[in-house]
Ligand binder design. Structure first.
Ligand SMILES: [Zn+2]
Length: 350
């Protein structure tokens, strides 16, 4: 069945998701947002114990099933220490670099309030510090300046802010007239938005899938164990939808669906990869096959956890990943289409 892919609608879903703070370990709000979305579609969903969300689309064959995931947790931080001058030291959650956080606005979640601040190097003022430009950005000199009248650790404690409070980075989302989406957390909310849109399309058009398909919105990918559980015994193929990494020597770009051949965890299933390439060719999609040197996915995490699966990884190419991310609507559309045609295809050997 041919479908009109409404790229504007997909981007709206992605924009909504990136605006909801969700560092790994603090994902309840974004998971509730997805739950509400699925609810509106009349789809039941359920949470696993670690807080991820599952739903399923019935298919003609339930003896061989599929699982497809995207992760909703993002990079973030936690208050490590309240300094005597009222600034906050941070511990990072996931693979951020301090220089990618310098100057970023942030939210601090105390037990019952949300505060705002800016992540700065302690020696930022060029009128005061000679080394403002050259000092190493590290956990010792990077700190949060709270938007509150505080001068001491006691002042901060009186606000209710304490060690262990989660900190989320401002996504700063901008959609340009030319179709670029600039935002933090496109990893992996671009993919989660695509999956949500695909669920809607399949449901509203009564598309009949050949295989029952489970969808997992995982919430601990950035710390390594998001999608490694809750895989039903009938699941044969497991596809992670996560960003393609762009840089020197990489094949991935911001306009294509990127099909991962191998990452730091080793090769993805060769037969599944070939099938994804054939589907992309058959439907005239812009695609790239690539290798990611510093990368792991929920699919490889599932294998490492001991699941016996055919595993794959595809996703939109994202520039400057884990930092000032950007992709283009073309990558979003190509990824959505490849997922759609994949879900309509039979599992190999059928
Ligand atoms: Zn990711």
């Amino acid at each position: 069945m041919e479908i009109n892919f409404d790229s504007k609608a997909i981007i709206e879903v992605i924009s909504d998701l990136v605006k909801t703070p969700s560092p790994s370990g603090f994902t309840d709000r974004v998971i509730s947002q997805i739950e509400a979305y699925l609810n509106e579609l009349g789809l039941p969903s359920w949470r696993n114990r670690k807080g991820g969300l599952l739903t399923a689309l019935p298919g003609q064959d339930s003896s061989k099933q599929r699982m497809i995931t995207a992760h909703l947790d993002t990079l973030g931080a936690m208050v490590k220490e309240v300094k005597s001058d009222g600034r906050l030291k941070l511990s990072l959650i996931g693979g951020s670099r301090w220089n990618h956080l310098e100057g970023e606005y942030c939210q601090i979640f105390s037990a019952d309030q949300v505060y705002t601040g800016t992540i700065l190097m302690h020696q930022t003022s060029v009128h005061v510090y000679k080394d403002a430009g050259t000092a190493e950005r590290n956990s010792d000199n990077m700190e949060v300046r709270l938007d509150e009248k505080v001068e001491s650790a006691d002042d901060v404690k009186k606000l209710g802010i304490s060690v262990g409070d989660f900190v989320a980075f401002d996504p700063r989302t901008v959609i340009t007239p030319g179709g670029f989406i600039k935002s933090r957390h496109l990893d992996d909310k671009a993919s989660a938005g695509i999956l949500l849109y695909m669920i809607k399309v399949i449901k509203e058009n009564n598309v009949s899938l050949p295989h029952t398909t489970h969808i997992l919105f995982s919430n601990h990918e950035e710390v390594g164990y998001g999608g490694n559980s809750n895989v039903p015994a009938e699941v044969v193929e497991y596809l992670a939808v996560d960003m393609g990494a762009i840089g020197d020597g990489q094949a991935s770009d911001e306009y294509s669906v990127c099909i991962c051949a191998m990452d730091s965890t080793g090769p993805y299933n060769h037969h599944l990869r070939q099938r994804l390439v054939e589907l992309a060719k058959a439907h005239d999609l812009s695609y790239k096959v690539d290798i990611y040197p510093n990368y792991g996915s929920d699919a490889s995490a599932a294998l490492r956890a001991g699941h016996d699966l055919i595993h794959g990884l595809i996703g939109p190419g994202i520039d400057a990943s884990h930092a000032f991310e950007r992709t283009h609507v073309d990558a979003i559309t190509n990824t959505a289409k490849l997922i759609y045609y994949y879900l309509l295809s039979p599992i190999a050997g059928d």
